[in-house]
Design a protein around this ligand. Structure first.
Ligand SMILES: [Zn+2]
Length: 237
């Protein structure tokens, strides 16, 4: 079994990861990504604020309608109550109705004022958020050229590596390659394939079982470490 081809393939994968990491760590890329994220966050916030503002406008309309209805009722009762001093019972009833309506009107005024306060704060925050979104979008735009340049540089290197990998794919045992690729998805860090250490240990330091060691001794190319998922191979003496 040709493990070396898979090991070379793994090295190239690792090179690609390092190149991508280098790009992700570059100042321009970090600034660009942060500015884009901040822009997106501001845009999301503005959207939330707009939704809230629409709710508040609807509420304000509803309060205004209730206020108008209560005012009308108040005026009607006040009109009907005029000159009723003789009919004490009815006058008392009207008084109570007017008192309750006046309380309702007061309450509606308070609600309307709270809505207006929240809307005014929202409008101020919204303006600040839009200004922040614009600032970050401009920053991202100013970084984009350099980031594209870096990406193009890295893309050339990545393409070269991919070309080498395609050559290896033709040489490699397809089954081993597929085992490696699956393990890579599980392990997510390098190296995925590790040499057996001290005749019994995985790269993670765990001692493999007698059964697993036996498989390696019998010529199996890899065994999967039950602890870390890495593929362990027995180096040639
Ligand atoms: Zn392990």
């Amino acid at each position: 079994m040709d493990i070396q081809t898979i090991l070379d393939y793994q090295s190239l994968d690792f090179e690609k990861v390092k190149i991508n990491r280098q790009l992700a760590k570059s100042d321009e890329y970090v600034r660009y990504t942060r500015a884009n994220e901040a822009t997106k966050k501001s845009v999301d916030n503005v959207a939330k604020m707009s939704t809230r503002a629409a709710q508040l406008f609807a509420k304000a309309e509803e309060i205004a309608a209730q206020f108008e209805a209560a005012s009308k009722e108040y005026d009607e009762i006040a009109g009907a109550a005029e000159g009723l001093e003789q009919d004490l019972k009815r006058a008392e009833f009207y008084d109570k109705s007017l008192e309750s309506l006046s309380g309702k009107l007061e309450q509606l005024e308070k609600e309307a004022s709270a809505v207006a306060t929240e809307l005014s704060a929202l409008s101020k925050d919204g303006e600040a958020e839009i200004a922040s979104a614009n600032k970050n979008a401009a920053l991202a735009k100013s970084c984009k050229g350099k980031v594209d340049e870096l990406k193009a540089q890295f893309a050339t290197k990545l393409d070269e590596i991919s070309a080498k990998q395609r050559e290896l794919e033709e040489k490699a045992d397809p089954q081993l390659l597929s085992i490696y690729r699956n393990a890579r998805k599980q392990v997510k860090s390098f190296p995925v394939i590790v040499a057996l250490r001290d005749e019994k240990l995985c790269g993670c330091g765990i001692e493999l079982s007698g059964a697993e060691l036996g498989k390696l001794k019998d010529g199996e190319p890899f065994v999967t470490c039950p602890t870390c998922g890495r593929l362990v191979y027995k180096p040639q003496q």
